[in-house]
Design a protein. Sequence first.
Length: 263
Amino acid sequence: MKFEADYPFTMALYKENINEFLTYFKEEKGFGTTPGGVPFTEELVRFLLRSLKIVIPAFLLSTTIGTALGIWLFYIRNKRRGRIFSFLSWMLASIPDFFLFITVQYIFILAMNHGFPSFNLYNNEDWYSFIIPCVSLTIYPLFHMVKMTAVSMENEVGEEYVRTAFAKGMNRRQVLAHIFWNAWATIVNQSHMVMLYILSSLPIIEKLSNYNGAGYQLLESIFAYESVRAVLFFIPFMLLMYLVVMVSQFARGRVMPKDVDGI
């Protein structure tokens, strides 16, 4: 017995899918309702608020702690502990976050089998349910920020203003502040990459932890071929990504010193 599957893609089929979506949107006067009569938009708000408990802390922790550790790594880069930390950061940045999440789950299961206090690893009802998914989503983008901060500051070392600052008698920490300020544009520009890493990993992390948030529901909608519902759950993530890009560009324009050419 032989089975064959063919999924052709043509512009006519693509156009037909768009027309079907627009027709559904007009007939339902929106995204429609669940079989229980609840509007999909109300359902979205409930699941989205649950996911934001993971996304926002993960983003803030990744950007702030990652930048701070990147500055520290640059400061000690020529010391032995700096080289060790650099190796660890590069190693952790190369491990997928879902693998780290599964490892953490397995470690907790082994610990609970040996007397560690038991708690629920697979739900979203307890007040602490968001902590492990949040930490798992934080690790990869955090070390990305560590790496990018250290590299951005390293690229500034050979500039003339660094030698001038040392020649004027500034100490190492004062020069470090100037280097960080001039590398700020590159560093803050990585914020949208941090959010991209978090949002792209959110559905699979929520699925693995049985944390029923917007990412979990987006994945379920895709698996069930519910295109309208999948689009609805995708829109907030797209808007959140757009918001981060706009804020980062605003920060670059307002906080960064003006270019000499513009004086």
